[in-house]
Design a protein around this ligand. Structure first.
Ligand SMILES: [Zn+2]
Length: 411
């Protein structure tokens, strides 16, 4: 259930609370990504201590490894990974499609997936033809090959929901086709319409199969309460398709909505205004895979309640750290004798206890602790930024914070 506490004047932005079986999410919130039922290099205690409210696991990855049956046997995602707060799983659509063919245009979200693909090519000699036939899309579903061992798999909307019911996160997503950012209008339209049909099937399956199969009233989260199902709005960078998608998906009885796919940088603002002007105001909205500071401000201003993104931890592992004055690369020579903190006023565990020189040393020596300390700082930075934005809406100084922060960060 979602409650709106306060709104941003003349905008869609708002502060609220989303009640899940495993706790309340104070929104707007940044949801930390734990792809394979772990936030890379961090313990659940560390994730909790840095202020994160919820974790998002990945359906595609968890289905392939260890398998959703194992997570179900363990008592659900929360118990399996020892995380006490709210949990999400995405539908797996993005990974099924982005690990496939036709994604060579190199837009942000897909670059990293290409790296995984390249790595998988080294791991398995069985999938040498991976480039040519990795994904086959049909009306019923999608056939794809595992990036781990090249084995064949088939996802339908029903299958994705069944897997997510087994994993048992508090919030799950309808299965969508995440088309390439470079796709032309006609294809984007076709994919969007298919996504709408799949959304309907996801919803129907989620609401009916449990009753039929086990007599239980609803698919439940790990502690026996009802999972929330979110529909996904697609339509790529085309305004009319986004509006259409918002109308169709918004008209279905979902508990909340995800906004997915590609946006041109200039277009995020406008797209969200279109979409959130159409989606039911009283329901929660999640922006999938977006986490750049400027995009967080734009998203929140335009009615986004939660975000997830791998960026903070992914770039942390390469030595890139967020600061109020933009990102720094801690591996650079200038930091090897710098005994100051990453940020003097940062309240994270890393900044309270370690210097730039120490972090720089850990990265140069390729010590595992480097990833942990850098991930703690970066996640704290982003989680805390969203918390500050939330507070600024309550204190009626959102625009002052936005201007001050962005001016410094992008100077
Ligand atoms: Zn810090």
């Amino acid at each position: 259930m979602f409650k709106i506490e306060k709104k941003l004047k003349n905008k869609f932005g708002r502060v609220g609370e989303f009640i899940t079986p495993n706790g309340i999410i104070k929104t707007p919130a940044f949801i930390v990504v734990g792809t394979k039922a772990t936030v890379k290099s961090l313990s659940p205690e560390q994730v909790n201590n840095l202020g994160a409210q919820a974790v998002l696991g990945n359906t595609y990855h968890l289905y392939l490894q260890p398998g959703d049956d194992i997570i179900k046997k363990a008592g659900g995602l929360n118990k399996f990974m020892n995380w006490n707060g709210p949990t999400f799983t995405d539908s797996g659509g993005f990974q099924v499609f982005s690990l496939g063919e036709g994604f060579s245009s190199g837009e942000n979200k897909f670059k990293s997936q290409k790296n995984i693909l390249n790595r998988s090519l080294k791991i398995s000699s069985k999938i040498q033809n991976v480039h040519t036939k990795l994904v086959k899309i049909k009306e019923d579903g999608v056939e794809f090959r595992s990036y781990i061992d090249g084995s064949k798999h088939y996802f339908t909307p029903e299958k994705s929901i069944e897997i997510q019911n087994n994993i048992g996160a508090d919030i799950i997503f309808a299965f969508d086709e995440c088309s390439s950012p470079s796709a032309e209008y006609d294809y984007q339209k076709e994919a969007m319409e298919r996504t709408h049909r799949w959304a309907k099937r996801s919803l129907y399956y989620n609401n009916h199969h449990y009753l039929k199969n086990s007599g239980v009233q609803f698919p439940s989260s790990s502690n026996g309460n009802k999972q929330a199902l979110f529909g996904i709005v697609q339509g790529g960078k085309f305004g009319d398709l986004r509006k259409k998608s918002a109308k169709v998906i918004g008209g279905m009885d979902f508990d909340g909505f995800g906004i997915g796919g590609s946006f041109s940088k200039e277009g995020l603002d406008e797209t969200l205004r279109f979409v959130n002007g159409i989606l039911p105001e009283e329901k929660i909205k999640h922006l999938l895979g977006i986490g750049e500071p400027i995009d967080l401000f734009i998203g929140i201003e335009n009615g986004i309640d939660s975000f997830d993104c791998v960026s903070p931890t992914r770039i942390a592992r390469t030595g890139m750290l967020y600061t109020k004055h933009g990102r720094i690369n801690i591996i650079k020579a200038e930091y090897s004798r710098d005994f100051s903190k990453i940020e003097d006023d940062c309240e994270c565990y890393t900044c309270k206890n370690y210097t730039k020189a120490y972090l720089s040393h850990l990265f140069r020596a390729q010590e595992m602790f480097a990833s942990t300390l850098a991930s703690i700082h970066n996640l704290y930075f982003i989680v805390n930024l969203v918390k500050n934005i939330r507070q600024s809406i309550l204190d009626k100084n959102f625009y002052e914070l936005k201007e001050k922060f962005l001016k410094k960060y992008y100077a």
